[in-house]
Design a binder for this molecule. Structure first.
Ligand code: ADP
Ligand code: MG
Length: 304
C-alpha cells in the first residue's frame, strides 16, 4: 500500500467481492473507505464491465450518494491486509491484481445497524416525521440515478450509509445532523450478473420484487419495490417480507402480503407503502410520482 497515497487503518468489513478498509489519506489526513476488488477472480469481460462501472460511478455527485474519490488498480502483496500487526505466515506472499475504489467514509455506519441498535434499546420506532425525512433523502438519490438510467439493483438498509457532521449519535431522537447516502451500487449490478445464483444462495433476498422471482429482468420498478421494503423497515424495524425459507419468502412476495403497519401509522403513509409494494410493477409509482404525493412533497427541502 506504500505506493498509494493511503494508509490502511483497519478492515471494516468483508465485502462480497473483496475487502473493505477504513483508510487515511497520508497528506490530506482525511478518512476514506477503500474497497478492494480482486480482479483475478474475474474473466476479462467482467473486468472490463467493472472498470466501466467505476468510470460511471466516478461521475455521480449527489449529497445522498456515497461520494466517490478515486480508483486505481494495484498489485496487492497481501502484506497490509490485516492492518497493523497483521498475520505473518510462512505462506508465499500473495500477489493479486486488485481494483481499489476509494470513497467517502460514512462514520455512522449503515441504516440496518442503526435500526437494529434502536430496536435493541426498546425505545420504540422512529417518528413518522423522521422516517419521511430519511425516505426523501433516499428518494432524491434514487431519482438522481434513475434520471441517468442507472439501476441500483441492490437497495437495502445495509447499503444505505449514514454520514454526519455533528457529534451526536444518530440514534438519539434529537439527532438529525446526518445524511443518508446510498452506497454499494453499480458494482453489485455488474458483478451480480455472473453470480446471481451464488448471491441468492448465500444472501437473503428480502428485497427481491415479485417480477424477479418470475425471472423477469430487473427494472426501475424493482428498485421502487426495494424502496418500499426499506420504508417498511424504517417504520417497523422488520422486513416487509420474511420467511424461514426461500420458497416461503417467494410465496409471500409474489402475493405481496406484508404485516399491517402499526395502527398509529398515518393513512397517507399506509397508502404509500402499499403503492411501493404493489405486486404489479406497472402500478408502482415512479420516483417523480412519489415526489408529487402531497405529504411527501411538502416535506421536500426546497433547495436540493
Ligand atoms: P458488500 O455489500 O459487498 O459487503 P459494502 O460496501 O456494502 O460491501 O460494505 C461492506 C462493509 O463495509 C459493511 O460493513 C459496511 O457497513 C462497510 N462500509 C461500506 N462502505 C462504507 C462507507 N462508505 N462508509 C462506512 N462504512 C462502509
Ligand atoms: Mg453492501
Amino acid at each position: 500500500m506504500n505506493a498509494t497515497p493511503y494508509s490502511i487503518i483497519r478492515p471494516i468489513g468483508g465485502g462480497s467481492f473483496g475487502q473493505v478498509f477504513l483508510c487515511q489519506h497520508k497528506k490530506e489526513k482525511q478518512l476514506y473507505v477503500l474497497k478492494k476488488i480482486r480482479l483475478q477472480m474475474m474473466d476479462e469481460k467482467e473486468q472490463e464491465s467493472t472498470e466501466m462501472e467505476v468510470r460511471l460511478l466516478s461521475n455521480l455527485r449527489h449529497p445522498n450518494i456515497v461520494g466517490y474519490k478515486e480508483s486505481f488498480i494495484m498489485l496487492d502483496t497481501g502484506d497490509d491486509l490485516g492492518g497493523e500487526g497483521g498475520m505473518k505466515s510462512d505462506l508465499p506472499p500473495r500477489e493479486d491484481l486488485v481494483l481499489c475504489i476509494v470513497m467517502e467514509y460514512c462514520e455512522h455506519g449503515d441504516l440496518y445497524t442503526l435500526l437494529k441498535r434502536r430496536e435493541a434499546k426498546n425505545k420504540g420506532t422512529y417518528s413518522e416525521t423522521k422516517v419521511v425525512e430519511w425516505f426523501i433523502q433516499v428518494v432524491l438519490a434514487l431519482h438522481f440515478l434513475h434520471e441517468r438510467r442507472i439501476l441500483h439493483r441492490d437497495l437495502k438498509t445495509q447499503n444505505i450509509f449514514l454520514a454526519g457532521r455533528g457529534s451526536k449519535r444518530p440514534d438519539d431522537d434529537s439527532a438529525g445532523n446526518f445524511a443518508l447516502k446510498i452506497g454499494d451500487f453499480g458494482i453489485a449490478k455488474v458483478l451480480d450478473s455472473t453470480r446471481d445464483l451464488a448471491m441468492t444462495q448465500i444472501g437473503t433476498p428480502y428485497y427481491m420484487s415479485p417480477e424477479l422471482f418470475k425471472n423477469r429482468p430487473y427494472d426501475f420498478k424493482s428498485d421502487v419495490w426495494a424502496l418500499g421494503c426499506i420504508l417498511f423497515e424504517m417504520l417497523t424495524f422488520k422486513h416487509a417480507f420474511d420467511a424461514q425459507s426461500i420458497n416461503g419468502l417467494a410465496f409471500k412476495i409474489l402475493k405481496g402480503k406484508f404485516e399491517p403497519l402499526p395502527a398509529s401509522t398515518s393513512e397517507e403513509m399506509k397508502q404509500l407503502v402499499s403503492a411501493l409494494l404493489c405486486t404489479n410493477a406497472n402500478h408502482r409509482p415512479t420516483l417523480r410520482e412519489i415526489f408529487h404525493i402531497p405529504f411527501i412533497r411538502k416535506r421536500i427541502p426546497s433547495v436540493v
